[in-house]
Design a protein around this ligand. Structure first.
Ligand SMILES: [Zn+2]
Ligand SMILES: [Zn+2]
Length: 352
């Protein structure tokens, strides 16, 4: 079948083309996609910061409707269901899957390695096919979303799932103090989830508009890390103590240094954002030894995180609407990608 899709053909070059979508095979589902949010991955491909090669159809934060179901699908899905894409393609059988870490699935890692080899074929379209009217996906990559949720909000189940993974891992207790460094889309999603978990939430962000936005969304305090010692500012707000958890939602050296200084005894540091380039963190092992701090990271999501993110949005427990900056139709995808890549915007969503 034919589908209109946004094909990124080169650095800062995108075209609307008609592409061919196959029938759904065993275990697969055909989706009529309705909305796709632009994340950092798509910005980096579009601006050639990461070279996955061209041409490709990208976008991984997607919502839509089940159009057809292939043979052998066991997932509880019916034609017409509203769904979000972006779940794990973990095998459910290997050591890490058995231990509950779908994100570390050995077979999924192997599949991705083989896929990138295949992608070296010249002329073939690469990508995840989010910015396309139709796509065929593995059924376990989908989760149902309430039809009451607008598609441009439902597509944020995927980024929210990355946040629920981080929250599940940090396991913040009622009344604990959580600092989020960086109040971009992902930083604020982390802040909203930390609030749901009953934490005292502080955002550290140099941009005054972003601090104002964080306060509007209900964080308890917002500090400016460019005005004096950020760790001291946290302590002042926290009865002289460091934080119980610091989520680093921006990948840079200063943020990492601030986070380490902000942590109180037994505190947990969550490296949520990737850094380009990845600069090593100077760390005195004796500090870790004595203070008992934890340093961890998270990327992607387990199926549980994905399912929980869908519940949060479907049931109106968490409102993602304020994090959508602009919604543009697929025909204006060039404008959408430029806007998203300009920095400083919240999510830009393309609708199909
Ligand atoms: Zn994303
Ligand atoms: Zn596995």
């Amino acid at each position: 079948m034919k589908s209109k899709a946004a094909v990124i053909v080169g650095p800062r070059k995108v075209e609307i083309r008609e592409i061919t979508i196959p029938e759904p095979g065993p275990g697969q589902v055909l989706i009529r996609q309705k909305a796709c949010a632009i994340c950092t991955l798509e910005q980096r491909i579009y601006t050639n910061v990461v070279s996955f090669g061209y041409p490709g159809v990208w976008g991984h934060e997607v919502s839509g409707v089940v159009e057809a179901i292939g043979p052998g699908v066991v997932a509880p899905l019916s034609v017409g269901d509203h769904v979000a894409r972006g779940g794990s393609s973990a095998c459910g059988q290997c050591y890490y899957c058995a231990m509950g870490f779908d994100v570390a699935c050995v077979r999924e890692a192997e599949r991705l390695r083989n896929q990138s080899k295949m992608d070296d074929n010249p002329g073939s379209l690469k990508g995840i096919f989010g910015m396309s009217e139709y796509a065929v996906v593995d059924s376990h990559n989908l989760v149902k979303v309430s039809p009451a949720v607008p598609f441009e909000e439902a597509c944020l189940v995927e980024p929210l799932a990355c946040v629920t993974q981080s929250a599940n891992k940090l396991d913040v207790e009622l009344g604990q103090t959580v600092v989020i460094i960086g109040a971009g889309t992902m930083g604020l999603l982390n802040a909203l989830v930390a609030k749901l978990r009953g934490a005292f939430v502080i955002v550290s962000e140099p941009d005054p508009r972003r601090r104002a936005k964080a306060l509007e969304l209900g964080v308890h305090a917002a500090i400016d890390p460019s005005q004096g010692d950020a760790a001291e500012q946290v302590k002042k707000l926290n009865d002289g103590r460091g934080a119980d958890a610091v989520i680093v939602a921006i990948g840079n050296e200063k943020a990492n240094a601030d986070a380490l200084k902000m942590l109180g005894p037994q505190g947990k540091m969550m490296l949520f954002a990737s850094a380009h380039p990845g600069v090593p963190i100077p760390l005195d092992p004796n500090v870790v030894h004595r203070s008992g701090i934890w340093i961890t990271g998270s990327t992607s999501k387990n199926f549980k995180d994905f399912f929980q993110a869908s519940l949060l949005i479907s049931r109106g427990i968490l409102n993602v609407r304020p994090l959508i900056e602009k919604v543009l139709p697929l025909d204006r995808v060039g404008e959408a990608l430029e806007l998203a890549s300009s920095g400083g915007t919240y999510r830009i969503v393309v609708t199909m």
